[in-house]
Ligand binder design. Structure first.
Ligand code: AHM
Ligand code: MG
Length: 338
């Protein structure tokens, strides 16, 4: 069987499915190439002196790791000259980065979390890159932060890479979810699974249980019922997994089902959640819905939320449809969607 590379796949999406423009194809190829470079750096670890803290904080007040900074640089440099982007935004940068005037400007906007799960870097557990692509609004205005403030439903492509035992790239352009594995010898992404589908039911959940006391009653109720197992109202046992890298947790769910939650909690009541809407929740919600799953903030589909700022946070509940609908129902019983 001949192998399908990412390039072939994208050309087919452009030609036959007419799902992408040549510019979007270039954009995705450039992001995928940057992910290869990040994989090389992550893989060298202590040998290249890339582990540990960078010595500063990002815009969210979180300590940056050296690899956060390196990954951000790789994605920025790879993307700014190709002529496909109007601007970029990143978890690691306070404001947007416009394509410099010395390069041609394109019609797309790229958002990314360059290295998600970075608390896992130093302990050699899977980390990854998450990205989301929007079109610059055709409103005659120069690109600005406001150009990025579009609901997740407007994404034209989204994906993530996981730097794990193998390096994978999972992608959607709105025609299902497809998984590519990096052939390290050839240096190419090879299609290894098409049309990933999340089963509607599951017996596996992912949540940071140490926050139990801070959760809202609907989340406590749901998790209590899971923990009660076959003696409780669900009448069956559930298993728990928590990698603390969203990329790895979502990849498991896209592979074999499950529910992932990082719900609102009372630690910082003014923040709706820990995870960021525009470059974590939106791309993952697009992928999960494309695979037949569901993604809400407890009340509303994530893809329908209108962002008000670039680094906005959001509660996230995603994965197997029947479980997500159950938790969302528990929230809406207590208080209907605002
Ligand atoms: P990061 O983007 O700074 O790495 O933070 C996001 C990560 C997610 O990958 C993961 O699901 C979550 O934070 C883990 O949080 P916690 O350490 O509270 O369990
Ligand atoms: Mg992250």
């Amino acid at each position: 069987m001949p192998r399908t590379t990412l390039t072939q796949f994208l050309v087919e999406q452009e030609r036959a499915a007419q799902a992408i423009t040549p510019e979007l194809r270039l954009l995705i190829e450039v992001v995928a190439r940057a992910c290869k470079a990040i994989a090389v750096n992550v893989g060298k670890g202590a040998l290249a002196g890339v582990l540990g803290e960078a010595g500063g904080d990002n815009v969210q007040g979180e300590a940056q790791k050296k690899l956060d900074v390196i990954s951000n640089e790789i994605l920025m440099q790879a993307n700014e000259w190709g002529g496909h982007l109007a601007a970029m935004a990143s978890e690691e940068m306070e404001t947007i980065h416009e394509t410099p005037n010395r390069y041609p400007k394109g019609e797309y906007l790229l958002l990314f979390d360059p290295l998600d799960g970075s608390s896992n870097i130093d302990v050699n557990v899977s980390v990854g890159t998450i990205f989301s692509v929007l079109r610059k609004p055709d409103d005659g205005h120069a690109v600005s932060e406001a150009s990025f403030l579009q609901p997740g439903g407007a994404q034209v492509a989204a994906g993530y890479a996981v730097y794990g035992p193998s390096t994978v790239l999972v992608l959607t352009v709105g025609t299902g979810v497809h998984c590519f594995t990096l052939d390290r010898e050839m240096g190419s992404w090879v299609l290894t699974q098409s049309n990933l589908t999340i089963p509607a039911d599951t017996r596996e959940f992912a949540i940071n249980m140490s926050n139990f006391r801070h959760w809202a009653p609907p989340v406590r109720r749901y998790v209590d019922e899971l923990l009660a197992g076959r003696d409780g109202p669900r009448g069956r046992d559930f298993n728990m997994r928590w990698v603390a890298s969203m990329v790895a947790d979502v990849h498991r769910i896209l592979t074999r089902g499950g529910i992932f939650m990082y719900p609102w909690d009372a630690r910082e009541p003014d923040k709706p959640g820990k995870l960021r809407l525009m470059y974590e929740a939106n791309p993952m919600a697009f992928l999960v819905e494309q695979a037949g799953g569901a993604a809400t903030n407890g009340h509303t589909r994530i893809l329908e939320l209108m962002p008000t700022k670039l680094h906005e946070r959001v509660a996230v509940i995603l994965g197997s449809r029947n479980e997500v609908e159950r938790v969302t129902g528990y929230h809406n019983e207590v208080a209907p969607a605002p």
